[in-house]
Design a protein around this ligand. Structure first.
Ligand SMILES: [Zn+2]
Ligand SMILES: [Zn+2]
Length: 516
């Protein structure tokens, strides 16, 4: 007899009636012995017709199952293979992770770590005062952009430091000059008084008389030099009078004539007849013209050097000529921006908003010129919302529409000269300044100083009137053209420059004619 409760038999004999047909999975079991796992499969022996019909067999036909075969097999070799496969997989995973980490760390090192290290090194260098340090990274990614803005920043810092140093130098030089000039002026006055006195007393004695004349003349010359030094130190206030500009041009030419002929430079004068007077400080304007002619002289190095100076009367509409020198928001905030200059003139800074993007737009201070600087990307033909950068008050005129394109209109106030209006659509150049338009066309004297010298590179033209900008290295102070610009500005005039490399440079000065 078999024990029906044995683990091999239990599957079929769990219920009262034994099961006859079972799938192979149900007939298979895995169990653990002391040493290893074992798989057992039970196979029933069914009572086939050949079993109960054959004469040698004695089984009854109604008996379905004759018995079972239980086959057991050790799984130790299979288990071993599974263990090895597991180990292999683990090893492979480790190697793969190692390889990936090496590759990733290599790229992080070259693309991130190295440039960041260089930037850190650069900040340390700049921090310790070395402003010539430059980060080399030309890539187009964020780190490249960071490196370039860093270089830009150090460059600006170096320039600012140089400017500070220069202006400090100029200030102390000015003080020194003023001090020396003042000290020398007193003894010079004494010498001049007594020598003039002696000159009168020796009028009959020709021996002494001639020598004393030399002393008096040279003393007077020394006094003029001292006066010049004092002028330089003080930047004197203009003393304006109604004067013929051609007289001043001629005086300037007389001063530099010798220098020009030494350099074999031909000078051509072209003056229009019957020019009206201009209301100017003669000395300052002479200084401007001498400076411009000397600059032209320096620009010429060839033999057939030519400088031509012309003066003529022109009449210009205010559009594209008049400088906006002051701008206020409705609440009185100053909108003038001295840090962003357009053609050497402080611009008008407005807060701008387009499609949720905010930034600044610097408006060209020349009425009608529209060489605006855009601090944010704006597509042409899109309308910009303008507001005051300080109080955020809207600078859009709700009642007005641009007569050219129908777009919105911005406005700001110029104290004493009414509103300046303009189209807030990028690409539309409409601007209107009623009080200036009402004044109509204005007459100017235009003086052009033209040379056929080496010319000025395009990138320098914009900075040429900036203080301390110089291309002459240690030789120049970079103040000449800045001082000229200031003088012309004080006369409500304008100075512009055009230049072409190896063809020459033209400075154009426009001065308003004197009111009769
Ligand atoms: Zn404001
Ligand atoms: Zn418009």
């Amino acid at each position: 007899m078999v024990d029906k409760k044995a683990e091999a038999c239990f599957t079929c004999h769990a219920s009262d009636e034994p099961l006859k047909k079972l799938s192979i999975a149900d007939r298979t079991r895995i169990f653990t012995t002391d040493s290893c796992r074992v798989m057992g499969t039970i196979n029933p022996i069914y009572n086939e017709p050949s079993c109960y019909e054959a004469p040698c067999h004695a089984h009854e036909p109604d008996q379905a199952v004759l018995g079972v075969i239980d086959i057991t097999e050790s799984l130790s070799s299979t288990d071993q293979k599974i263990e090895i496969a597991k180990l292999k997989m683990l090893l492979f995973a480790c190697i793969a992770i190692l390889c990936i980490s090496i590759v990733v760390s290599f790229f992080v090192r070259t693309w991130v770590d190295k440039p960041v290290r260089e930037l850190v090194e650069a900040t340390k260098n700049v921090g310790s005062g070395n402003l010539n340090f430059i980060v080399v990274n030309n890539s187009a990614d964020e780190l490249g952009i960071l490196a370039r803005s860093f270089n830009n920043m150090t460059k600006k810092l170096a320039e600012a430091r140089l400017q500070l140093f220069q202006s400090d130098k100029m200030a102390s030089l000015g003080r020194l000059a003023a001090g020396v000039a003042h000290e020398i002026n007193n003894p010079l006055t004494g010498i001049l008084t007594y020598s003039s006195f002696l000159l009168k007393r020796t009028a009959n004695n020709s021996d002494f008389h001639d020598d004393l004349e030399v002393i008096v003349r040279e003393t007077k010359r020394s006094r003029e030099i001292v006066k010049g030094l004092l002028d330089f130190a003080r930047q004197s206030v203009p003393k304006k009078n109604n004067i013929q500009i051609t007289n001043i041009v001629d005086r300037a030419i007389t001063v530099v004539e010798n220098q020009l002929s030494l350099n074999h430079i031909k000078l051509i004068k072209k003056y229009d007849e019957n020019l009206p007077d201009v209301y100017i400080d003669a000395n300052q304007m002479q200084q401007v013209l001498i400076n411009l002619i000397v600059n032209a002289n320096h620009a010429i190095s060839k033999n057939d050097g030519l400088i031509s100076i012309s003066a003529k009367l022109i009449s210009l509409p205010p559009y594209g000529i008049t400088q906006i020198k002051n701008a206020l928001c409705p609440k009185g905030h100053n909108l003038l921006d001295h840090t962003v200059k357009i053609k050497s003139m402080p611009s008008i800074r407005l807060q701008a908003r387009v499609n949720e993007k905010e930034g600044y737009i610097n408006i060209d201070p020349i009425y009608g010129k529209n060489r605006n600087h855009y601090g944010l990307k704006i597509k042409t033909n899109s309308a910009v919302e303008f507001s005051c950068p300080k109080c955020n008050a809207s600078l859009l005129d709700k009642k007005e529409k641009c007569p050219k394109c129908g777009g919105p209109v911005y406005f700001f106030e110029v104290p004493g000269k009414g509103l300046v209006q303009g189209c807030a659509v990028k690409g539309c150049e409409w601007q209107y300044w009623q009080s200036i338009e009402n004044e109509g066309q204005k007459e100017y004297i235009e003086i052009r100083v033209e040379d056929n010298g080496c010319g000025i590179p395009q990138e320098n033209l914009a900075k040429i009137f900036d203080p301390f900008f110089t291309t002459k290295g240690q030789k120049g102070t970079g103040l000449g053209l800045a001082v000229i610009w200031g003088i012309i500005d004080n006369h409500n005039g304008r100075i512009t420059v055009e230049s072409e490399i190896d063809k020459g440079t033209t400075f154009t000065v426009r001065l308003p004619i004197a009111k009769s």
